[in-house]
Design a protein around this ligand. Sequence first.
Ligand SMILES: [Zn+2]
Ligand SMILES: [Zn+2]
Length: 149
Amino acid sequence: MRKLLPAKSCVVCDRTLKQIGGQRIVATQRVGIIVERKFGRQRKKGETILALSRPRGHYVRFWGKVIQELSFEAIAKPLTNDRHPWLCQQCAGVALCTKCGAPLTFAHGADVLDDNGKALHQMIVPASLPCSNPGCEDSRENAPAKDDE
Ligand SMILES: [Zn+2]
Ligand SMILES: [Zn+2]
């Protein structure tokens, strides 16, 4: 199947990845939005499945309060341009910095969309991850260098 490239901005807050940092979320246990070529069985409790006229023959499945409160028009808008909708880490409520609330650089435990529209599952990592906010003390820029005593 031809991959849909990611939409320009988060389907919920309309911010770009550059503005917000972190990765593009397409699925977590609690919230998600996935475009498929075939009408699969319902997999998540309470999910909505819509048939799309564009891209033709595709279906969009979504679940979670933050997405289900959006209008169908808002959800379908990126799809009419053959773009895959996604959520930012803040709207999805995953992998956020405990110090400043900005997205961590790696959305561990979630399915994310890469720049080419490929969905990848990010492993849960036990280590603490750097924050995407350069002003935060947990950002990579501010991490102490190894030879720092
Ligand atoms: Zn957002
Ligand atoms: Zn932070």
